[in-house]
Ligand binder design. Structure first.
Ligand code: 13P
Length: 249
C-alpha cells in the first residue's frame, strides 16, 4: 500500500512575513497527523526560510523547478545541488504552467527529471491534458506520451523514485476540479501503463491528483482507489484550508 502524500505548491506567492505565519500554521495543523507525508514547494528565495522553520517537523520542503545542469554558466538558473544545499528533498518537474508559459517540452522536462534523480531529489512529475485535448478524446494519448517520455528514456525503474501527478490543465486555477470518476479513470490508466512494464512499480507508484483541490472536494477525490494524494495550489496558501485537505485523506 502506497503512503499517501499531500504537496502544497505555492507558485509565485509569499513574502518573508506572510510565509512565517503560513509555515507555522501548517506545521501546527499537521503536527499530530500521521496518515500521510506532507511537502511544501516554495519559490527559490524562500527555501532557506522553509528549511529553518520546517526542519525537525513532519513537513518536508522542495522547489517548483530546477536546472537540468550543474556548474555551468547559466545566468538566472538554479542547479539541483543548490536545492539539496537548501535541504530540499522534492522538486516539481513539468508543471503545466511551465509547459505552457515557459515552453517546457517533454525533452526538457525529462532532462530536469533526470537531474533531480541524480542529485537525490524526488521529482514530482506533472502530466495532464488541456480542455481541447479532453474534448477531442486525446487525454490518454497526451498523458501516455508524457509518461512514456520518462519511461522510454530512463526506464520504468526511474518511476520508483518519483511522484506522479495527474493535473488536468482545465482544472488548474479554475474551481472546476475533475470529478472523482474522471480523475480515477486517468489515474487507473497511468497505473496500468506502468504495469505493462513492471507490476510492482505500478502498484507502489504514488499518483497524486491536482487541480482546484479544496476542502469541499478532497475527501471524495482521495477516496478513489488510484488517487494517492494531492498537489494543492491556492488552498496551500491558507493554513486552515491546507490542513483541512490533509485531514481529508
Ligand atoms: P489550484 O489548486 O490552485 O487549482 O492549482 C493546482 C496546481 O497547479 C498545483 O500545482
Amino acid at each position: 500500500m502506497q503512503r499517501k502524500l499531500i504537496v502544497g505548491n505555492w507558485k509565485m506567492n509569499g513574502n518573508f512575513v506572510s510565509n512565517q505565519l503560513l509555515l507555522q500554521g501548517i506545521v501546527a495543523g499537521v503536527r499530530d497527523l500521521h496518515q500521510a507525508d506532507y511537502v511544501l514547494c516554495l519559490p527559490y528565495p524562500y527555501l532557506h526560510q522553509a528549511q529553518s522553520i520546517l526542519q525537525q517537523t513532519n513537513v518536508a520542503w522542495g522547489a517548483q523547478n530546477l536546472s537540468a545542469n550543474e556548474d555551468v554558466a547559466l545566468t538566472g538558473s538554479v542547479s539541483p545541488s543548490m536545492l539539496v544545499d537548501n535541504g530540499c528533498t522534492y522538486v516539481i518537474v513539468g508543471h503545466s504552467e511551465r509547459r505552457i508559459l515557459s515552453h517546457e517540452t517533454d525533452d526538457t522536462a525529462a532532462a530536469r527529471f533526470n537531474a533531480a534523480l541524480k542529485a537525490g531529489l524526488t521529482p514530482i512529475f506533472c502530466m495532464g491534458e488541456s480542455k481541447d485535448e479532453r474534448e477531442s478524446d486525446w487525454t490518454e494519448y497526451i498523458v501516455g506520451r508524457q509518461l512514456d517520455s520518462i519511461m522510454r528514456r530512463f526506464g520504468v525503474h526511474a518511476l520508483s523514485h518519483a511522484i506522479l501527478v495527474y493535473e488536468p490543465l482545465w482544472a488548474v486555477g479554475t474551481d472546476m476540479p475533475a470529478t472523482p470518476s474522471q480523475a480515477q479513470e486517468v489515474h487507473q490508466f497511468i497505473r496500468k501503463r506502468i504495469a505493462r512494464c513492471d507490476e510492482h512499480i505500478a502498484k507502489n507508484a504514488r499518483i497524486l491528483y491536482g487541480g482546484s483541490l479544496h476542502p469541499n472536494n478532497a475527501r471524495d477525490l482521495f477516496a478513489m482507489p488510484d488517487i494517492n494524494g494531492g498537489l494543492v495550489g491556492r488552498c496551500s496558501l491558507d493554513a486552515q484550508a491546507f490542513v483541512s485537505i490533509c485531514l481529508s485523506i
